[in-house]
Write a protein that binds this ligand. Structure first.
Ligand code: ZN
Length: 207
C-alpha cells in the first residue's frame, strides 16, 4: 500500500434535504438508495467554471438515449464529458424530469429539490436560475406509444447504487426528493433518504 492515496467520505442526505460537495478528477461518487424507492436528484458543475454544468439534454443527445448504463458518460452544456457511469445496480434512472420546485401543488418550496439545491450550493454562490435540470438517480419514467410521458414510482430496492467517476474536478449536489413519485407510492413514506460515498484511490490495490 506504500505510496497509495485513498480517500473515503460518507454523506447521508435525509429525505427532503440536499448536500453539496467538491470532488477531484478521478474520484468516485456512489449514490445509494437506503430504503428503496427514493429518487436522488443529482447536479454537477465544472469546479473551475461553474457556468458549465451537467446537462441531461446534452447527455441524451450524446448517448442517443433517455437513460444511462455502465460505461456511459454524462455530458455538460458545453458538450464535454463530466462523469462516467462505472457501476449500477438499479433498474431505472431518469434524464427527463426537472427538479421539483414547490410549484404546482408539490411540497413546500422549502423542501423542494430546487430550494434544497439553492441552499446547499450557496457556498459556491450558484444562484437558483443557474441550477440545471438534474439526473434523477433511481427516477422511473416511461413513454407510452402515443408519446405520453408517465412518471412511475422508483423501482429501486434497498441498497441499490449508482457509481459515477468524475472526469474533471466538480462541485456536486444531491437532493433526496420529498415529492411523492407517483400514485403507487402513496402512504409509503421513507425517512432514510440517500447515502453518498465519495472515494478516491483503491484500498485493495497493491503497489
Ligand atoms: Zn424533488
Amino acid at each position: 500500500m506504500k505510496g497509495l492515496f485513498f480517500y473515503r467520505k460518507e454523506i447521508l442526505v435525509p429525505k427532503g434535504y440536499a448536500r453539496a460537495f467538491e470532488i477531484e478528477k478521478g474520484s468516485r461518487i456512489t449514490i445509494i438508495d437506503v430504503d428503496g424507492g427514493q429518487v436522488g436528484a443529482f447536479v454537477a458543475f465544472y469546479r473551475d467554471r461553474l457556468s458549465e454544468s451537467l446537462s441531461p439534454a446534452h447527455t441524451r443527445l450524446a448517448l442517443s438515449s433517455v437513460t444511462i448504463r455502465v460505461k456511459d458518460r454524462l455530458w455538460s452544456n458545453l458538450l464535454r464529458p463530466l462523469l462516467e457511469v462505472t457501476e449500477n445496480t438499479a433498474p431505472t434512472h431518469d434524464l427527463l424530469m426537472p427538479a421539483c420546485d414547490g410549484l404546482g401543488g408539490g411540497p413546500s418550496a422549502h423542501h423542494s429539490c430546487i430550494g434544497n439545491f439553492e441552499g446547499a450550493l450557496a457556498p459556491w454562490e450558484i444562484p437558483r436560475n443557474q441550477i440545471p435540470e438534474p439526473l434523477n438517480v433511481f427516477g422511473n419514467t416511461r413513454f407510452e406509444a402515443d408519446g405520453t410521458l408517465v412518471r412511475l414510482p422508483p423501482a429501486s430496492r434497498p441498497g441499490d447504487r449508482l457509481t459515477l467517476t468524475a472526469l474533471l474536478p466538480l462541485v456536486c449536489a444531491i437532493s433526496a426528493c420529498s415529492r411523492a413519485p407517483g400514485a403507487g407510492s402513496a402512504g409509503k413514506e421513507k425517512i432514510s433518504g440517500i447515502a453518498v460515498i465519495v472515494s478516491q484511490g483503491s484500498a485493495e490495490r497493491h503497489a
